[in-house]
Design a protein around this ligand. Structure first.
Ligand code: FUL
Length: 416
């Protein structure tokens, strides 16, 4: 039963982390010079003249995100090739040197505006590794350059929900993280900081969109990239509460768009599996889409995203019954005996993660039967239950480090 720990030992999220964890679904968007070169990692030598998305419509990207139930949107303002999607003053390797809108366009602005209009949060990815910028080889000069780029983005595009620092290509390289963190704190104090410096959220450690179970919200370290097993050195001021984000592209292993590549689009079943193993394990899912060389999300990807949103809504929008409460046992009686197929549990993580073991039991034909045994709940745990008729469901928390506070205990049976 309850261990004799004081609650004071429990790590807790900041209000910003709490709000971010409630978003659960983010859409990642990889778009840039690679989109026009059939490649994933440009070397920074492709001419800006190649960048010409004649039908670019960021509203189509963001409207799709919103309609599919995503609550934030993150754009690659600069990927490893160094090409900037905004007219930066730091380099001429940007949209300003492209034929697109005669060099007067700004993809970051279009996305920021579209997010504001649609009412979803906007964030940016700014690759530290830069294969174009000549001063990259001089760490001090490059820190200055990178900070200027970051400052333009932090100050020019309204509130940002998240800054995505990618470790790829930077294995073994030191950046001035304290200075970078200070900039974020100064200009966007509410933004989540992904995985580097003094992060407020961490990388789950793979690019498959999968969180382990349990996926505790506390961590003192995380992997920095797919290309090294080494853990990152985080600054000592990193909070103890660092929830995980699971990134994965909707086209298998493809972050950018490639021609004639529709067979790599994940199926709805694959996406639902990812959902169960990311959001369903208490983490946040960041699903990547790739606008094509017209500047539009391909129709097939739009359709799949909408199907995915619909799949989530169909399963979880209408509980048969639900409750909340504190203590070690909650019993729920179904209004009428019904077929159940999912149970959703949430702790009120504002008070920390308290549950260490739980059991779900179903009452049918005059007896209680154990249907699930779990070891963590955290922000959310989705249990998929072999469909069965039940009259009542009981949650028993058999081990906790402080009095459990259950924000949601909901039963579903909507599968058709
Ligand atoms: C990786 C990068 O190398 C990929 O190109 C992509 O940006 C992914 C999100 O992160 O580390």
């Amino acid at each position: 039963m309850e261990k004799q720990h004081s609650e004071d030992f429990l790590a807790r999220p900041t209000p910003e982390q709490l709000a971010w964890q409630d978003k659960e679904l983010g859409l990642f968007c990889h778009f840039g010079i690679n989109t026009f070169c059939d490649q994933e990692w440009g070397e920074g030598k492709d001419s800006p003249k190649l960048f010409n998305p004649l039908q670019l419509d960021a509203r189509q990207w963001v409207r799709t995100a919103k309609a599919a139930g995503f609550r934030y949107f993150i754009l690659t303002a600069k990927h490893h090739d160094g090409f900037c999607l905004w007219p930066t003053s730091t380099t001429d390797y940007s949209v300003a040197s492209s034929p697109w809108r005669n060099g007067s366009g700004d993809v970051v602005r279009e996305c920021a505006d579209a997010c504001r209009e649609e009412g979803i949060d906007f964030g940016i990815y700014l690759s530290p590794w830069d294969r174009h910028e000549p001063c990259y080889s001089d760490p001090q000069k490059y820190d200055d350059f990178y900070c200027r780029q970051l400052e333009e983005l932090l100050t020019g595009y309204g509130p940002l929900v998240e800054i995505w620092f990618d470790g790829a290509g930077s294995e073994g390289r030191e950046y001035d993280w304290r200075r970078i963190m200070d900039l974020v704190k100064q200009h966007q104090p509410g933004a989540m900081i992904f995985n580097m410096g003094a992060p407020t959220i961490r990388w789950v450690g793979n690019e498959d969109g999968l969180a382990p179970y349990p996926c505790w919200n506390t961590a003192t370290t995380a992997k920095g990239s797919m290309f090294s097993e080494a853990s990152l050195q985080w600054l000592p001021e990193t909070p103890a509460w660092v929830p995980a984000e699971c990134d994965v592209p909707i086209r298998k292993d493809r972050w950018f768009w490639h021609p004639n590549d529709e067979e790599s689009l994940l199926s709805l079943d694959q996406l639902m599996d990812i959902y169960y193993r990311s959001v369903g394990h208490g983490a946040t899912l960041l699903l990547n889409v790739s606008p094509d060389n017209r500047g539009l999300l391909p129709e097939a990807d739009v359709k799949r995203l909408l199907e995915f949103g619909e799949g989530i809504r169909r399963r979880f929008d209408h509980p048969l019954t639900e409750a909340s409460g504190s203590g070690h046992r909650i019993e729920l009686e179904l209004p009428v005996p019904a077929l159940i197929d999912h149970v959703v549990l949430m702790e009120d993580i504002a008070y920390g993660e308290r549950v260490r073991q739980y059991v779900l039991e179903a009452y049918a034909d005059g007896e209680w039967k154990e249907i699930v045994h779990g070891i963590a709940i955290g922000h959310k745990k989705i249990d998929v239950v072999t469909p069965m008729f039940a009259e009542k469901i009981r949650l028993q928390i058999t081990e906790a480090v402080a009095n459990p506070i259950i924000r949601k205990f909901a039963i579903y049976g909507a599968q058709k």
